[in-house]
Design a protein around this ligand. Structure first.
Ligand code: MG
Ligand code: MG
Length: 248
């Protein structure tokens, strides 16, 4: 069942989202050649706690990090580590969740480390654009499939693989709530969006095939063909005027 949130509840999610946006903005400065993903995790955790919030992912299902850091062919759920040092030309997806006053928000962005190749730069730009194409569709009365289809249409036109084994989700008192928001599928299908729904929309797009695998650490999702993958995510509220982004 998809829970509807009151305007007071949405304001609380927006406060958690504000903290995440601040962390991701800072990450833009921290992501440089030579930094470890563990260092990024520590900076993020400190910022989240300084705001009186808690990192949503720390301990979630046993996850050991405060944020997820997914490098190059890693799609999502990469574990921050002192052994993972970012190098010029890498990309890193940083996924941040914050929990404050009873409510979570969730957002991710993929950063380039120094200068990256033109095709990788396009991957990042197009994955971000696919997210915004989906957000533009959001309003009361449309089908969830219309949102999914917007991602698929843009990704396909851009020649990118679409990760099908993971999806976006509702967010609120719990980090992952109904509905599951696929990044592909036909228009006109699925639930009808209503004012008060809060959704984390998160395209995961690849320079190669759609298929992914999970590494032996039981967390890190990687592309099956080793091609680079990007991930952008916002938490949005469905309002009568369309989507209100709560994490920027
Ligand atoms: Mg996320
Ligand atoms: Mg999410």
């Amino acid at each position: 069942m998809v829970e509807l949130k009151s305007s007071e509840e949405i304001a609380k999610i927006k406060e958690s989202g504000r903290i995440i946006a601040k962390v991701l903005k800072r990450m833009q400065l921290e992501v440089v050649p030579g930094v470890s993903t563990w260092e990024l995790d520590k900076v993020a955790e400190e910022m989240i706690r300084a705001e009186g919030a808690v990192p949503s992912f720390l301990g979630y299902g046993g996850f050991p990090g405060s944020i997820c850091t997914s490098v190059n062919e890693q799609v999502v759920h990469g574990i921050p580590s002192k052994d993972v040092i970012l190098r010029e030309g890498d990309i890193v997806g940083i996924d941040v969740g914050a929990y404050k006053d009873g409510f979570h928000a969730d957002s991710a962005r993929t950063f380039s480390v120094g200068k990256v190749s033109a095709s990788v730069s396009q991957l990042l730009a197009n994955t971000r654009k696919a997210l915004y194409k989906a957000i533009e569709v959001v309003k009361p009365g449309v089908h969830l499939g219309d949102v999914s289809n917007a991602v698929e249409t843009y990704a396909t036109a851009s020649g990118l693989g679409i990760v099908r084994d993971y999806c976006g989700h509702g967010v609120g008192r719990k980090l992952h709530e109904d509905p599951c928001i696929l990044n592909y599928g036909p228009k006109g299908k699925g639930i009808i969006l209503k004012e008060g729904m809060v959704l984390a929309i998160e395209p995961m797009l690849n320079l190669g095939c759609d298929e992914v695998e999970v590494l032996e650490d039981q967390w890190t999702v990687v592309t099956a063909d080793g091609a680079y993958s990007a991930h952008f995510e916002h938490t949005v509220a469905v309002t009568k005027n369309g989507a209100l982004i709560l994490t920027e």
